[in-house]
Design a binder for this molecule. Structure first.
Ligand SMILES: [Zn+2]
Ligand SMILES: [Zn+2]
Length: 56
């Protein structure tokens, strides 16, 4: 079972990074540029960061 590839920045069908419509978009969830709110938090890296912070 392999999941269908998606753009991790906009959540749409895969495309070159420079063609991603989310490049100039600002996330309303975390406030950072370069991705949409709907894909925010889906990154394993972000999950890892949250985990480290919650460890305290
Ligand atoms: Zn994209
Ligand atoms: Zn975000």
């Amino acid at each position: 079972m392999k999941s269908s590839p998606r753009c991790y920045k906009c959540g749409g069908s895969p495309h070159p990074k420079r063609e991603c419509p989310a490049n100039n978009a600002k996330c309303h969830s975390c406030g950072k540029n370069g991705h949409y709110q709907r894909v925010c938090g889906q990154s394993k890296l972000l999950i890892r960061v949250v985990f480290l912070h919650s460890k305290s």
